[in-house]
Each structure stands twice: as structure tokens, then as C-alpha cells.
Design a protein around this ligand. Structure first.
Ligand SMILES: *[C@@H]1O[C@H](CO)[C@@H](O)[C@H](O)[C@H]1NC(C)=O
Ligand SMILES: *[C@@H]1O[C@H](CO)[C@@H](O)[C@H](O)[C@H]1NC(C)=O
Ligand SMILES: *[C@@H]1O[C@H](CO)[C@@H](O)[C@H](O)[C@H]1NC(C)=O
Ligand SMILES: *[C@@H]1O[C@H](CO)[C@@H](O)[C@H](O)[C@H]1NC(C)=O
Ligand SMILES: *[C@@H]1O[C@H](CO)[C@@H](O)[C@H](O)[C@H]1NC(C)=O
Ligand SMILES: *[C@@H]1O[C@H](CO)[C@@H](O)[C@H](O)[C@H]1NC(C)=O
Ligand SMILES: *[C@@H]1O[C@H](CO)[C@@H](O)[C@H](O)[C@H]1NC(C)=O
Ligand SMILES: *[C@@H]1O[C@H](CO)[C@@H](O)[C@H](O)[C@H]1NC(C)=O
Length: 411
């Protein structure tokens, strides 16, 4: 039995529990192998591209006969062009240890022959442990300068820019203790993963950098995100479609757009998002606090979402459900379609709001929001002397212990 010696995921009650056996408990017979990128020709300094050296070190790590195989990036600086590390690998555990700094090419030109949507990617690697304490620096300002979001009139502006780290199709994986800096677009994207824990990350990009989401997850289940500090120009954490059993806790967010589910259902697709628990979140000067955003043309469900223990300082939209999203902002016609949003709770929200609608539940007539619980809420205006209100359209539920704003519905 290989119960000890690594990380075992127990799937019960729909929640992932990760047992990390500390090294002194490791099975004495676990075979190990270590591969250092310097032994495969990597050169530090930030001028020479090291993608080939990293790829060769990865090939050795992934094909090793050891049960636990480690790729080491020593405490130096390495420029690395776009690269994908493919699995499956032979060892049960693959440890990708970043002690130094990984730097992206500065110029978007470096992506000429590569997928502009990604920089570093892992594909189909199970039992991956991606660990710091080193950093991953996307040096994204060259992409930001040409982004259509902020330079719509620029000829050749780009809407798609590289995500710093994509983890695609994985199981039983772990990302921890890494410092992400200035990605060109999202910092971390998790897609097609079943059982992944993300912990102790620091993600840092300017508040005015375009689309630089902190962590984006979609098409995944059994995900834990814990103890993470995020400052960015977009959502700190965004949750896309086909998601279940997500536990997010101890997050500090700001600057940024908050914790967001959506936008969902853009192409009229059937949305399936359920069982999400977000707790112990501190939001500093963000655009949103807890948000669910769905397109009018979407179908399907968002259900079983709990947001609790939120502290908010000067947040524009502390609590917001917008089920009316459409292409024409502010001029959406009523449609009969919509994503059903139900069983959503907001509990223990304290702090201040930068607009005077601190609870905004904006749902459609044909597919109203039901089972909304508002409990123990005190959200004042960040502007002295201003009052805050709540606004509800086609939203039903109960409110309990909501001091401010006065909720639209009562028990
Ligand atoms: C990849 O690793 C295998 C196993 O270590 C080795 O036989 C093979 O030569 C490596 N391929 C390259 C291109 O380095
Ligand atoms: C982006 O634009 C700023 C301001 O114009 C400039 O200082 C900076 O060098 C540009 N960055 C890149 C990588 O082109
Ligand atoms: C991130 O980018 C901004 C803008 O280019 C720059 O001012 C800042 O120093 C960068 N951060 C780090 C840690 O390099
Ligand atoms: C999150 O981290 C805290 C502090 O390290 C720890 O007490 C808690 O058990 C962790 N939660 C999860 C779900 O891993
Ligand atoms: C959130 O933090 C509070 C206070 O530290 C703690 O009592 C509670 O258990 C935490 N909730 C979760 C889900 O970690
Ligand atoms: C609700 O959504 C509609 C349609 O997008 C929009 O016109 C309206 O301003 C929203 N109401 C609030 C209070 O945000
Ligand atoms: C805020 O509400 C109080 C009590 O209802 C009222 O007296 C006061 O005029 C309001 N202030 C503003 C700026 O609307
Ligand atoms: C909302 O805020 C604006 C300015 O920030 C103010 O003029 C308006 O009276 C406020 N509305 C309410 C209902 O307090």
C-alpha cells in the first residue's frame, strides 16, 4: 500500500481532503530521483532561452523509474520560452520544485510560433506537485500595452494573451508556495482537473493590468484553494462552467475584481456549477465582493453556493448577482431563457461599500433566483453620510440578522 510517502486524496462528502504525510513518515522504500535543469544545459541570467533544457530535464523526470521524481530549478534566474510539459509520467509523484525565478520572454514576438493563450503548461500529468518558494514572472507589460481591452483603437491589438500557468487534465495534484508576478493574462488556470489543492500562493499584478485574473478554474471538480494573496487587474478568483465541489478559504484580494462565479452561459450553453464554498475572504478596494454573473441566453444551473465570513473595505459591489448579462450593456431585452440560480447564501459580511447599492440581486422574470439566504450582514457606505440600500429584482429567499442595508425580503 502506498498510503504513506506522498499525498493521498480522500474523496468523501464531495469534498477533497488532503493528507500530507511529512517526510519523516515517508515510506523508507519510496524510490526517488532528482533532475536539475543545470545538468540539461540550462543557463541562468535571463538572456538565453532555456525551454529545451527544461524540456529535457522534464523528459528525464517524467520517464524516471523512481516512484517519486523531482525536477529542480535552482535558485537562479531562467528565461523560458513557451513550453508544455506533457504527461502521463511513470512516477506516481512528480515534484516540480522552483527555487529560483522563471522569467517569460518580454516581447509578444516570442509567441510567434506558439499558442498565444499560454506560456507554461502541464498537460495530463497526474500526481503533480508544483512547489516554490520561487517565482514565475510573466513580464506581461508588452502584452498589456497591446491589449484590446485598454487599447481598442490600436491596430493589431490582442484579446488573447498567455496565461502564465495552465494545468490541464490532472488528478491528485498540488500547487503551493509560488509567487506569481505580472502575467500577460490570467496567472493560473485549472482546467479538467479532478482533485487539486492550491495553497500559499502570492499573485501580484497592477490593478490596471488587463484581464490578469488571479486563479481561473473551469471543467474541474474537487478543488481546494487556500491561504492565498491576490492583487490583480481582474477577478482574484473566477469560476467558470462545469464545476463542482470547490472549497476556497483564507483569501486576501485587492486590487482586483473580487471572487466571481461567471460569466456563465455566454453561448447559450447548459451551465452546471454546484457545491461551492467560499469563506474567510478579505477584499480591499475591489470592484466586487461575492459575484455571480450569468448571460441571459444561458441555460442550466448554478446551485449550492455558500459565501461566508467576508470582510470588505471600500468594495464597489459587495454582494451582486447579475443574471441579466447580455451583449448590449444596460439595454438587454427580457428573454425567456436564463441560468437558474438557487440555494445561494451570503453569511457574515462586514465592511463598507463604495456604491450605495451594497446588495444587488438582479434576476429575470422567467427564471427567478430562489433560495437566497442573507444572514448576519452589516455593510455601510464607504462615504461618510451616505446610506446604502439593497436592490432585488425577481429574487426570493430569506434574510436574517441583516442590519444594513435593509434587505428587500424578510423571513
Ligand atoms: C527522454 O527520456 C528517455 C528516458 O530517460 C530517454 O531514453 C530519451 O532519450 C529521452 N529523449 C530525449 C529526446 O532526450
Ligand atoms: C509599455 O508601455 C509603457 C508606457 O508607454 C512603456 O514604458 C513600456 O516600455 C512598454 N512596455 C513594453 C514591454 O513594451
Ligand atoms: C510588474 O509590472 C509593473 C508594471 O510594468 C512594474 O511596475 C512592477 O515593478 C512589476 N512587478 C514586479 C515584481 O516586477
Ligand atoms: C487552510 O490553511 C489553514 C492555515 O494554514 C489551515 O488551518 C486549514 O486547515 C487549511 N484549509 C484547508 C481546507 O486546507
Ligand atoms: C474562518 O475563520 C474563522 C476565524 O478565524 C474560523 O473560526 C472559521 O473556522 C474559518 N472558516 C473556515 C471555513 O475555515
Ligand atoms: C439589472 O439588470 C438590468 C439589465 O442588465 C439593468 O438595466 C439594471 O440597471 C440592473 N439593475 C441594477 C440595480 O443593477
Ligand atoms: C440616511 O438615512 C437616514 C435615516 O433614514 C436619513 O435621515 C438620512 O437623510 C439619509 N441620508 C441620505 C444622505 O440619504
Ligand atoms: C447614491 O449616491 C449618490 C452619489 O454617490 C447620491 O447622489 C444618491 O443620493 C445616493 N442614493 C441613495 C438612495 O442614497
Amino acid at each position: 500500500m502506498h498510503l504513506q510517502g506522498s499525498y493521498l486524496f480522500l474523496l468523501f462528502l464531495g469534498i477533497v481532503s488532503v493528507i500530507t504525510a511529512s517526510s519523516e513518515h515517508e515510506h523508507a522504500n519510496t524510490t526517488r530521483a532528482t533532475f536539475n535543469v543545470l545538468d540539461y544545459g540550462a543557463v541562468s541570467g535571463g538572456h538565453k532561452d532555456n525551454a529545451l533544457a527544461f524540456w529535457e530535464a522534464w523528459n528525464a523526470t517524467c520517464n524516471s523509474e523512481a516512484e517519486r521524481s523531482t525536477l529542480v530549478i535552482p535558485k537562479l534566474r531562467f528565461l523560458v520560452n513557451p513550453i508544455t510539459f506533457y504527461g502521463p509520467c511513470k512516477p506516481q509523484r512528480i515534484h516540480f520544485l522552483i527555487l529560483g525565478k522563471i522569467l517569460a520572454p518580454k516581447s509578444p514576438e516570442a509567441w510567434r510560433d506558439f499558442d498565444p493563450g499560454q506560456w507554461l503548461a502541464f498537460h495530463g500529468v497526474n500526481g503533480l506537485e508544483l512547489a516554490g518558494p520561487g517565482s514565475i514572472n510573466g513580464r506581461g507589460s508588452g502584452w498589456w500595452n497591446q491589449s484590446c481591452r485598454y487599447h481598442p483603437k490600436l491596430e493589431g491589438c490582442t484579446s488573447l494573451a498567455p496565461t502564465a500557468l495552465k494545468v490541464l487534465s490532472c488528478q491528485n495534484s498540488y500547487i503551493r508556495d509560488i509567487h506569481f508576478i505580472n502575467s500577460s493574462q490570467a496567472h493560473v488556470t485549472i482546467q479538467g482537473c479532478h482533485g487539486i489543492k492550491i495553497e500559499n500562493l502570492k499573485i501580484e499584478a497592477p490593478g490596471n493590468s488587463p484581464n490578469t485574473n488571479g486563479i481561473h478554474i473551469h471543467s474541474s471538480r474537487n478543488v481546494i484553494i487556500n491561504n492565498t494573496i491576490i492583487g490583480s487587474g481582474d477577478d482574484c478568483i473566477s469560476i467558470g462552467d462545469h464545476i463542482s465541489n470547490i472549497v476556497i478559504s483564507y483569501i486576501k484580494c485587492g486590487p482586483g475584481h473580487g471572487i466571481s462565479i461567471g460569466s456563465l452561459g455566454k453561448s447559450g450553453n447548459v451551465v452546471q456549477v454546484e457545491n461551492i464554498h467560499v469563506s474567510n475572504v478579505t477584499l480591499l478596494g475591489t470592484t466586487n465582493g461575492a459575484r455571480i454573473k450569468t448571460w441571459q441566453v444561458g441555460r442550466g444551473n448554478v446551485r449550492g453556493v455558500r459565501f461566508e465570513d467576508f470582510f470588505l473595505d471600500s468594495v464597489k459591489n459587495p454582494i451582486i448577482i447579475d443574471q441579466n448579462y447580455c451583449n448590449v450593456r444596460g439595454a438587454c431585452k427580457e428573454l425567456t431563457t436564463g441560468v437558474q440560480i438557487r440555494d445561494v447564501s451570503f453569511k457574515n459580511f462586514y465592511g463598507t461599500s463604495r456604491t450605495n447599492i451594497s446588495i444587488n440581486l438582479n434576476c429575470t422574470l422567467s427564471v427567478p433566483c430562489t433560495g437566497i439566504l442573507l444572514k448576519s450582514i452589516y455593510l455601510r457606505s464607504a462615504i461618510p453620510g451616505q446610506n446604502v440600500t439593497s436592490s432585488c429584482k425577481n429574487a426570493y429567499g430569506t434574510a436574517f440578522g441583516v442590519v444594513q442595508p435593509i434587505p428587500c425580503f424578510q423571513i
